[in-house]
Design a protein around this ligand. Structure first.
Ligand SMILES: [Mg+2]
Length: 220
């Protein structure tokens, strides 16, 4: 049986407005690529992920099935200390079969009673503290993006955190997380990304985004 492919990111595809950020200036027009959900079968609900098979209908009436990993969303933090070092965590990643060097990150908590997901700004503060033991005096949201839109609903919010200071209190990583904290001068982090020593997608985005901030490319 042939399986249809998930839609690829077509060039020029408009990004949906984040909630509350639509200007409302133009009436919404239906994207001819839009697919309508007609059925959803949950195969398994895991601790964080929900595995399901969705049936969607295209504008031409064709129905196709999509394997979907439902995810509550996540945050990732580029934390830069006053000495110009990026805070990274090294941890074993079972699906990758190796230890990876990554920026601090974590999944949005979901309220088991209401199903509501945690505010990303709050989650970013919590994750930075849990994974690095630091708090930040300045926060800026850099970007939000889908990490694997072909099969996962995970949307990730990327932050820049500066004016770092040790956090009071005893907030360690989650029980199932074993982390090594690494502080790398930001230029070394960029070099590590460029030579393939950093291979985690959110970390590549974060480090290269930071590099553009600290050493913007020349105009022209
Ligand atoms: Mg984490």
């Amino acid at each position: 049986m042939s399986r249809s492919q998930p839609p690829s990111g077509a060039p020029g595809e408009a990004a949906p407005d984040p909630p509350g950020e639509s200007t409302g200036a133009t009436p919404p027009t239906r994207d001819p690529l839009e697919e309508t959900l007609v059925a959803s079968e949950v195969i398994r609900r895991g601790r964080i992920l929900e595995f399901r098979v969705d049936t969607v209908e295209r504008a031409d009436g064709r129905r196709v099935r999509r394997d979907v990993a439902g995810h509550p969303g996540a945050v990732a933090i580029v934390a830069l200390d006053d000495a110009g070092r990026v805070l990274l965590v090294r941890q074993w990643r079972h699906p990758a079969g190796r230890a990876l060097l990554e920026i601090p990150a974590g999944t949005l908590d979901r309220d088991p009673a209401t199903g509501a997901t945690e505010d990303p700004d709050a989650a970013a503060r919590r994750e930075l503290e849990e994974e690095t033991g630091c708090r930040a005096g300045r926060w800026e949201r850099l970007a939000d993006f889908w990490t694997a839109p072909g099969f996962a609903t995970e949307r990730m919010f990327l932050y820049l955190a500066t004016e770092l200071a040790p956090a009071a209190g005893d907030h360690g990583p989650d029980e199932d997380e074993a982390l090594e904290l690494v502080r790398l001068p930001w230029r070394e982090a960029v070099a590590a990304a460029e030579r393939g020593a950093i291979r985690d997608a959110k970390t590549l985005i974060g480090i290269l985004w930071l590099a553009r901030r600290l050493a913007p490319p020349a105009e022209g």
